[in-house]
Design a protein around this ligand. Structure first.
Ligand SMILES: [Zn+2]
Length: 250
């Protein structure tokens, strides 16, 4: 038996009293766990198995991709404030969806665990949720090997250390010549600072993501471009994506 720290990122009802949990753990990545009896009022594991809870789980870990079995869930932090704000709940749901889409069962990443820990804490504290969600959504791409190349022209592949032009519909940067030869310059962000910020999000240690400066307009712009990228290029989508897109300020 193992004791494992992790986050509950999905819960499904199973039989009358049971749940199937998907947890992202520090040491083992994504695990599917059967939690017997947790829907009973008197269950001691009730609190540690709620959605977005951070807990220390005692688990009978199965090999292969079968479901493991939960023995105990010791609550570390309930993160229940996320559910008190509908908007933050939608953002946290997208974080869960992305985690499940990007990681196979038992595929581990300690760095991603730190990123997950960081964003869930920010959303629970209602601390700059849009800014921090934008940072999360871009940084997460690294773990799926689908981050944007901001160092080579998307047309001619020329190396660009300080790109200025970002082409929204191709999720990449343009060299001066290719920018000039573009007949239609709609959908180009001409802002070296925007590109530098994206590079920073990709390269800073998770513990320093707080130092990134991003105003609300930039955050919304990045989120909008990323939602389109996740949906149309990566095929990652859920009702929560639609819910976020339908917000008036988006
Ligand atoms: Zn070029």
């Amino acid at each position: 038996m193992k004791e494992i720290e992790g986050y509950v990122i999905k819960t499904e009802d199973f039989a009358d009293k049971d749940k199937i949990l998907t947890i992202f753990t520090k040491e083992h990545g994504v695990l599917g766990v059967v939690a017997l009896g947790v829907k009973k009022q008197e269950s001691k594991n009730k609190f540690g198995t709620q959605l977005f809870a951070k807990s220390s789980f005692e688990i009978f870990k199965s090999n292969l991709n079968r479901l493991s079995k939960l023995k105990k869930a010791h609550l570390i932090k309930n993160n229940f404030k996320i559910s008190e704000s509908y908007f933050n709940y939608v953002l946290a749901t997208i974080v869960s969806n992305v985690t499940i889409a990007f990681f196979q069962p038992n595929e581990k990443s300690f760095e991603y665990y730190r990123l997950l820990d960081w964003i869930i804490t920010k959303l629970d504290n209602n601390q700059f949720p849009l800014k921090n969600f934008a940072i999360y959504l871009f940084r997460a791409l690294k773990f799926n090997n689908s981050t944007w190349d901001l160092y080579h022209c998307v047309k001619c592949e020329k190396k660009l250390n300080n790109a200025i032009y970002f082409k929204i519909d191709e999720y990449g940067v343009l060299c001066e010549e290719d920018y000039i030869s573009l007949r239609n310059k709609d959908g180009i962000i001409t802002d070296p600072e925007f590109i530098e910020t994206l590079k920073e999000i990709n390269s800073k240690p998770v513990g320093e993501l707080d130092n990134i400066s991003l105003n609300i307009e930039q955050a919304i712009l990045i989120i909008n471009i990323l939602l389109e990228y996740y949906e149309s290029i990566l095929g990652v989508w859920s009702p929560a994506f639609k819910e976020l897109k339908s917000q008036s300020f988006m």
